[in-house]
Design a protein around this ligand. Structure first.
Ligand SMILES: Cc1cc2nc3c(=O)[nH]c(=O)nc-3n(C[C@H](O)[C@H](O)[C@H](O)COP(=O)(O)O)c2cc1C
Length: 236
C-alpha cells in the first residue's frame, strides 16, 4: 500500500489505536497466562535503544492482589487491606529495570518500559479485554516495591488492570484528539532570542513526588482518624 492509499484506508494498527479506550470497569474474565505471553511477545517489540530490555512485567492474580492491597495501605500509613486491586482479576505490574549505561540514560530506559505498557494495553484491548493503566501516590513506596520483590535498580510504572469488557448499554462515543494542535514545527529564530523552558531534573521530580506522597499519606491518615472517631462515636 502506498502512502496515499494508507491515508485513505487506515491499516489495522492505526484502526486499533483509534478504537482503543481504557475500561475503568471490567468483569472477571482474564486472559490466561499463555494468552498473555503471546501479547507480551508482541509488546516486547517496542523500540529499545541498544536492545537493553530494561523492563519486566509481574502478573498479579488471586491473593496476590490482596498482598498488594495490604502494601498500598501500609505505604499510606493505614491498617488493613486496600480493595482497589480487586477491581480487576488480573493486574500486570510494569517495572522499569534500569541498568547503568554510558549510552542509554535512565529516562530512555523508562521510556522503553512505558512503551511496552502502551503496546501491551493496545494488544489486550484489541484481543477484546478491558484495560486501564493505574497508579497512585504510593506506587513508588518501599512497601509496594517490597511486595513486588523489586531490586534497587527497579522502578514501578504502575499496573495494567485487566479483565473482561462488560457489555455497554449505550454505544461508546468516539474520542477525537485535535492532532493539528499536537504537531508543530520548531520555533524559528536564533538561540539567543529564545530561552527554552527547562523541564525539571530527575532529582527535582523525585523531590516533588516524595513531597506529594507525604502530603497524600498525611491526608489519608487524617481521613482514617476521622473515620475511626466517627465509628467510635456511633458505637458509643
Ligand atoms: C502512567 C499512567 C498512570 C495512570 N494512572 C491512572 C490512575 O491511577 N487512575 C486513573 O483513573 N487513570 C489513570 N491513568 C489514565 C487512564 O489509564 C486512562 O488513560 C484515562 O482514563 C483516559 O482514558 P483513555 O485511555 O480511554 O483515553 C493513567 C495513565 C497512565 C499512562
Amino acid at each position: 500500500m502506498d502512502n496515499a492509499a494508507a491515508r485513505e484506508a487506515p491499516g489495522p494498527a492505526l484502526q486499533a489505536m483509534l478504537r482503543r479506550r481504557s475500561s475503568s470497569k471490567v468483569d472477571d474474565t482474564a486472559p490466561t497466562h499463555e494468552e498473555l505471553l503471546a501479547l507480551v511477545a508482541g509488546a516486547a517489540r517496542v523500540a529499545d535503544h541498544s536492545s537493553m530490555r530494561p523492563w519486566r512485567l509481574i502478573e498479579l492474580r488471586g491473593d496476590d492482589r490482596e498482598r498488594l492491597g495490604r502494601a498500598l495501605h501500609k505505604a499510606a500509613g493505614e491498617k488493613g487491606v486496600s480493595t482497589k486491586p480487586l477491581r480487576a482479576p488480573l493486574l500486570v505490574a510494569v517495572v522499569a529495570s534500569i541498568r547503568k549505561s554510558e549510552k542509554v540514560p535512565a529516562w530512555e530506559q523508562e521510556a522503553v518500559a512505558a512503551g511496552v505498557a502502551h503496546m501491551l494495553s493496545l494488544a489486550l484491548d484489541e484481543a477484546g479485554y478491558g484495560v486501564m493503566w493505574r497508579t497512585g501516590h504510593t506506587t513508588r513506596s518501599k512497601a509496594v516495591a517490597k511486595a513486588h520483590g523489586l531490586e534497587a535498580h527497579e522502578r514501578l510504572l504502575g499496573w495494567l488492570y485487566v479483565g473482561g469488557k462488560p457489555e455497554r448499554s449505550r454505544p461508546e462515543r468516539p474520542r477525537t484528539i485535535d492532532a493539528e494542535r499536537m504537531l508543530s514545527r520548531m520555533p524559528q529564530g536564533t538561540h539567543a532570542e529564545r530561552e527554552p523552558a527547562l523541564a525539571p531534573t530527575e532529582k527535582q521530580q523525585e523531590k516533588q513526588q516524595a513531597k506529594h506522597a507525604k502530603k497524600q499519606a498525611k491526608k489519608q491518615a487524617k481521613k482514617a482518624r476521622k473515620k475511626a472517631k466517627k465509628a467510635k462515636q456511633q458505637a458509643g
